[in-house]
Ligand binder design. Structure first.
Ligand SMILES: Nc1ccn([C@@H]2O[C@H](COP(=O)(O)OP(=O)(O)OP(=O)(O)O)[C@@H](O)[C@H]2O)c(=O)n1
Ligand SMILES: C[C@](O)(CO)[C@H](O)COP(=O)(O)O
Length: 402
């Protein structure tokens, strides 16, 4: 029977590199580049936050990146203690700083993770935990090398083929008995042995047996620009489409007058709509429908009728405001559909102008704007020409959330 790992597992995520091979970006070094809408480091940390066995997490960052890091993790939640320390000039130094930050936190084991491996998965972490539970002091996730490996010289000529039978490509997290790896890292620093590219090599150097566990094919390290682009495509491709529909309904009373504003178009008529603003019942219904797609309340929350500044206001202001709220939340308006219920005036002759007005206000194409009308067959308040009602539906696609 498999043993359960007891004790606390500390996590060290190293993210203090400069990402030179990936090249410069306005978003900062590669660990702060966005994939699937979130920084790489956010994804990596989230994978550990979501793994139930994670203990305290140490993020090792570059001293210049504090603001970038704080912004990147702002919405990560606080389910685990997150300690932030600065790294050194090499990965090895950064890891040592991270290990030292776990001292005094009662950690039994530690997982050391590259900040730029955002696809580490719970299955891999569980496999490693099982190996640690069986008493192994050092566990390395790795995959057998799949390509034929060549040796080459400076002139680009192959000088030999390396038998690949026993070759493995090392991944992270590399996992250890905490005190054992801390001692080995400390000794390497004291002895000034500084050319290790991973922590398993330090364990090997210190004479600690390192056990292989099957890595994960998805657990790639984002090293060059193309890796980042591919990671972004992968996350976008797997994100569920976030399509939302909102509805809105509004009624305004009619009284004697000279015309009504409907969908932003003034139609001469022997009545007018009563209201605090221009009483454009159609735009009010559509404003509510849009606000509903991102849970932003209703028109009255944003434009209280008690507020005198909206007296006589053209209702396009309300709709523009709702459209901005939607866009700021990451939404793209796909469709706006309004049904007017009015005995008079006749809407048909003005439908095209109304659709054009909606398209202009919402900044979307005409084919995404629909206006329909019906009478109420002379019954009810609409049938008695006491009021006009409008029903609206809006469809919005939001950029994939995590
Ligand atoms: N002084 C360093 C160097 C690297 N790392 C971290 O170690 C991981 C693996 O390193 P690598 O992919 O080589 O990152 P960079 O050093 O940033 O890349 P490059 O070598 O292209 O500059 C990364 O998460 C990186 O941020 C670190 O914490 N401190
Ligand atoms: C730790 C590592 O990811 C294992 O494959 C790798 O050695 C890091 O190397 P890098 O040169 O720092 O990217």
């Amino acid at each position: 029977m498999e043993q359960e790992l007891s004790g606390t597992i500390g996590i060290v995520v190293v993210a203090a590199g400069r990402g030179e091979r990936a090249g410069a970006s306005v978003e900062g070094p590669k660990q702060y580049r966005r994939i699937g809408g979130k920084p790489v480091i956010w994804h990596t940390l989230k994978r550990f936050r979501d793994w139930p066995k994670s203990g305290p997490i140490v993020a090792v960052i570059h001293p210049d990146d504090r603001a970038l890091f704080d912004t990147a993790v702002a919405d990560l939640g606080d389910s685990h203690e997150l300690v932030v320390v600065t790294g050194g000039a090499t990965r090895q130094e950064s890891v040592l700083n991270g290990l030292r930050a776990l001292q005094g936190r009662s950690v039994d084991h530690v997982m050391i993770q590259d900040g730029v491996r955002p696809f580490v998965d719970a299955g891999l972490l569980d496999r490693i935990a099982t190996e640690l539970a069986s008493g192994k002091a050092a566990v390395l996730p790795a995959l057998p090398v799949a390509d034929t490996i060549k040796r080459g010289d400076k002139t680009g000529v192959v000088t030999g083929t390396v038998p690949r039978k026993d070759l493995y490509a090392a991944q992270t997290p590399q996992c250890f008995h905490y005190e054992t790896i801390l001692k080995a890292h400390d000794r390497a620093a004291t002895d000034q042995v500084s050319d290790f590219t991973d922590d398993a090599s330090i364990a090997e150097w210190a004479g600690i047996p390192v056990h292989l566990v099957e890595g994960s094919i998805d657990n790639v390290k984002l090293t060059v620009q193309r890796d980042i682009a591919m990671a972004d495509e992968k996350l976008k491709g797997s994100a569920l489409p976030d399509v939302r529909t909102g509805n809105g309904y509004d009624v305004h009373q009619l009284e004697a007058g000279d015309g009504v504003a409907l969908c932003g178009v003034f139609i001469p008529h022997d009545q007018k709509l009563k209201g605090h603003s221009d009483a454009d019942v159609a735009l009010h219904a559509l404003t509510d429908a849009l606000l509903a797609t991102c849970g932003a309340g209703d028109i009255g929350d944003h434009f209280p009728p008690s507020d005198m500044q909206w007296k006589g206001a053209p209702s396009r202001i309300f709709l523009e405001h709702a459209a901005k709220i939607v866009r700021d939340a990451g939404g793209t308006i796909m469709n706006a559909d309004i049904s007017l219920i009015a005995e008079a005036p006749k809407v048909g002759p003005h439908r095209q102008a109304m659709r054009e007005k909606l398209a202009e206000i919402l900044e979307i194409s005409l084919d995404r704007c629909s206006v329909k009308a019906t009478t109420n067959e002379t019954i009810g308040f609409v049938g008695r020409r006491e009021g006009i009602a409008a029903i609206a539906t809006a469809t919005v696609v939001f950029r994939g959330k995590d």
